[in-house]
Design a protein around this ligand. Structure first.
Ligand SMILES: C[S@@+](CC[C@H](N)C(=O)[O-])C[C@H]1O[C@@H](n2cnc3c(N)ncnc32)[C@H](O)[C@@H]1O
Length: 305
């Protein structure tokens, strides 16, 4: 029977052979997952004998990773903004650049006057954005929607895991059509599918072959969800309310134009760590508030059909 150290070296070699990125780290994370250790404990246990059952499971996972499956789907978790999220192949694996949008939303929401903001997270996937903001802003209540019922199940599990299930209401819907077109949200958050179908062939296979296409592709141009969402969002945003949109590379001009046409001002666009304009913040100009400012606002405008 191999030791933890033998298994680690075997896996690193298997993964290196097929050019998987960070083979040793991957081996460590898979061992940590199967042994229920943290990585430090894996490194301090290299002389321990690996039980037969774990060794068989480990070999199977290493072979799946070597065939291209994302590590996060193998371990079923991904960290986002310091929280662990359950992920399955039915949801997009949360990306670090999306933390930019979550962080901006948290900042805006923390400054919201009582009784706190009402937000909607459109295309919630794993729920990483909605759960993170609800966890950091106890006064916030939100609607969490996705067209995929399986994604909503995962988002619900993540909301329960982080204790915010009472403040995020799940709804299966096609964008914002299930809400009346009246001002009902203080913030509309969305990381839409924004890859152009024409770019499908150039995507890394770890993305194209394993992540849900409904979460990746925004039609032929990549802009189709923005083109539908922004006109739906404008009438549903209160005066002084915000829309936060994640952007794909090269989309800032066109999405800014769509936002401005809808009557929302582009307040700022934040770059990610690679210098790519990644998060657009738009604000509907402050004026007479024609929605009621209460936590029932979102609910009273929900049309279940
Ligand atoms: C890019 S993923 C974002 C997931 C998650 N918010 C995140 O940032 O990791 C886009 C999500 O939008 C959902 N979606 C796609 N089209 C939709 C539509 N028409 N209405 C609602 N949700 C949609 C997909 O199922 C997917 O979960």
């Amino acid at each position: 029977m191999p030791t933890v150290g033998d298994a680690r070296m075997w896996a690193a070699e298997e993964l290196r052979r097929v050019e998987v990125e960070s083979p040793i780290l991957t081996a460590d994370l898979l061992l940590a997952f199967l042994l229920d250790y943290d990585r430090v404990r894996v490194l301090t246990s290299i002389k321990d004998i690996l039980p037969d059952e774990i060794w068989s499971k480990f070999q199977a996972l290493v072979h799946r990773r070597a065939s291209g499956e994302p590590l996060q789907y193998l371990t079923g978790t991904r960290e986002f903004y310091g929280l662990d999220f359950r992920v399955t192949p039915e949801v997009l694996i949360p990306r670090p650049e999306t933390e930019l949008l979550a962080e901006k939303a948290i900042d805006l929401m923390k400054a919201w006057p009582p009784p706190g903001p009402i937000f909607v997270d459109v295309g919630t996937g794993s729920g990483c954005i909605a759960v993170t903001v609800a966890r950091h802003v106890p006064a916030a209540v939100g609607w969490v929607l996705d067209i995929s019922p399986r994604a909503l199940e995962i988002a619900g599990a993540n909301a329960r895991r982080h204790g915010v299930e009472g403040r995020v209401h799940m709804v299966q819907a096609d964008l914002l059509s299930c809400f009346l077109p009246v001002p009902c949200f203080d913030l509309i958050l969305c990381n839409p599918p924004y890859i152009a179908l024409d770019d499908c062939d150039s995507l890394p296979s770890v993305v194209r072959d394993f992540e849900p296409h409904q979460a990746l592709f925004g039609g032929r141009s990549g802009l189709e969800i923005y083109e539908r969402l922004i006109p739906e969002a404008a009438p549903r945003l209160v005066s002084g309310g915000y829309i936060l949109l994640e952007l794909g590379s090269g989309q800032v001009s066109e999405v800014s134009r769509l936002v401005e046409i809808s009557g929302i001002q582009v307040e700022t666009v934040m770059d990610d760590l690679q210098g790519i304009p990644r998060c657009l913040v738009g604000r509907k100009s402050a004026g007479v508030q024609n929605g009621q400012n209460s936590h029932h606002r979102g609910r009273s405008t929900f049309r279940p059909d």
